[in-house]
Design a protein around this ligand. Sequence first.
Ligand code: GP9
Ligand code: MN
Length: 719
Amino acid sequence: MKKKFKKILNSNLILPILLTINFWIKSLIAYTFDFALGVSSPLQVILLLINPLPLAFVIFLLPLLIKNLKMRYITMIILAVAESALILFNVIYYREFTDFMTVNTILGYSKVSNGLSASSINLLKPHDIFYVLDLIVIAGILIYQFLIHKKNNYLTQWYPKISLITKKGLESIICVSIASFFLLLSFSEIDRPQLLLRTFDRNYIVKYLGINAFTFYDGFKTVQNKNINGTKIVKNVNKVSEYKKENYLKANPKYFGIARGKNVFVIHLESFQQFLLNYHFEGREVTPFLNSLIKNKNTLSFDNFFHEVGQGKTSDAETMLETGLFGLPQGSFFNSLAQNNTLQAAPAILSQNGNYTSAVFHGNTAGFWNRNNVYKSMGYDYFFYNNYYYLDNDSEVGYGIKDKLLFGESIKYLEHLPQPFYAKYITVTNHFPFNLDKNVDDFPLAKTDDQVVNNYFRTAHYLDSALAEFFNYLKTSGILKKSIIVIYGDHFGISNDRNKSLAPLLNKDPNQWNNYQNAMLQRVPLIIYNDGLKGGVNHTFGGEIDVLPTLLHLLGIDTKNYIQLGQDLLNPKHNQIVAFRNHNFVSPKYTFYDGTIYNTIDGETLDPSIAKTLEFKNMQKKVNNKLKISDLINNFNLLRFYTPVGFQPVDPIKYNYKNQYDKLLKQEKEAKINNPSIFIQKSHKSTTENFHSNDPELIENPEKLIDPPSSINQSNTKN
Ligand code: GP9
Ligand code: MN
């Protein structure tokens, strides 16, 4: 054993080993002191500790394949410098943007994420010396050998007595290292299924696979995206225009413009399914507030409204609601194409048709689903992400701050927005695995064999109660009268593989459970509140793709010139075939789900020969065509060739999400006369006192409602 070790020490493997260990230590320093990766289980700790090793070793072993000794060492030195730079630049970048550098940022291609600026020097910290110590040592040796000893063979003099490993041996070591990387990937996939396919968040990839894997993966994605663009463009643009002409539906005159000029609130209910409404558990309503809201005469709600997301989940729902286009067949549009594509999204449309100011309130990190970049391409003026809220003690669960804190703590920003505004709230508490402490919400847990199902009702109840508190605030502060509120569920919370456990709670027999029932459970709420709206429950079949044209028409903006694939839900001619992202569909007559056709009315399984009827074929064609057109637009970035009359394309560079509180106050002064904020309208009196919450966090710390956290002035809020 000792002998073997000595042999390795004296072999040319020693340099790759030392460089790998060096890279490993630096990665661990960065993980500990600079990156906030949110490690939450022992497995994640283990993966984090070992993830830098396999790829770094491969990288430093590769130069050994070069025969020429001088070239070999030069390559090794270049790689050592590159690897050190990769860590150091990412550390500095992270301090500025709370995110990792993508290939687009490094090459400066990205329109939205500016690279590091000259001011980055200010971001250096004393411990950064450890990131470059090795380079100083290497440079020292080279200078010593070359300048002082004047040795020409300075590079090859490093190892006097060296035994060389055979080429075969070297190749096998490289193979083993690559294999261990795949082992790491498999464990990561177990902990976080579809890690690479869905690319949730760059933090996740670094957490599980390390910074090298992230950079390679991002490079691969970038090349892939570049290759998609560029071909067959003209033909596709024509197809899209034709589709739009054939499918555009006018607004229903009864509703057109009834909310013109009003503030718009879009409230995204995380993982919230329709069946929760009016559901009683142990004698208690899960959603008492929403149930009462639906009965309100100013509320219009839809009970045959379906989510249409793919793997991009929340981000797909946002894509549909903001742009009127679908997410992608695989992965997330937000994480791949959205940031560099030309978008004609709601914030820009509303800014140019009614002088709206737009803002998103969301208590997760800015980079999750790449929002910090995509929102710029959409033209969002403000993005209040986690650093804008107090992140202490028990303020966060799962994916960010609790919903009640989100609604409450955002008021101090909201009330300074110039009106009218378009404000989007993305809730998170009702997210898988739906854990919530009893002292935060005491709604009873269910008692099925599936803990996720059991938890679901409590977090949903909490979300409902958060909405009640926010509505109460809107009402008592007088904002409600001047606003239209759109509330929708983004996608299922209980996945199909858990539905059998849910079945008894819905009075269904788990043994009779089939895909028809799975399809029906994809219903999510769509609730529109507007003072003076002719309310009621609307039974039209529709999906998330239809919300944008419906909303714009309510605001008095015709969608004729915009490429949006949905149709106004309030036009009686609305096409009621709801396309799921995987080409399944639901309509008032047929439901097609994973190869089987059902009668939508009674759930009866229909004869497969129906598939050959003209009626069914036409339905399927419509679904496929709609998805195809959406993919063409997104994959080929077609909106860059189509600018609606009078529409000014968005310039993402104009937007940034740093120091937004100061910016708000400054803008408030300028916008005073034409677009006064709520604060100005209330004669400089804050409305925060109109908000009342029973969340223990806010009861104990009421000051959180009033002052922004001091962290918003720190450099890492630069997004
Ligand atoms: C996190 C949240 C969750 O920011 O939007 O996304 P999801 O996992 O539902 O797609
Ligand atoms: Mn979601």
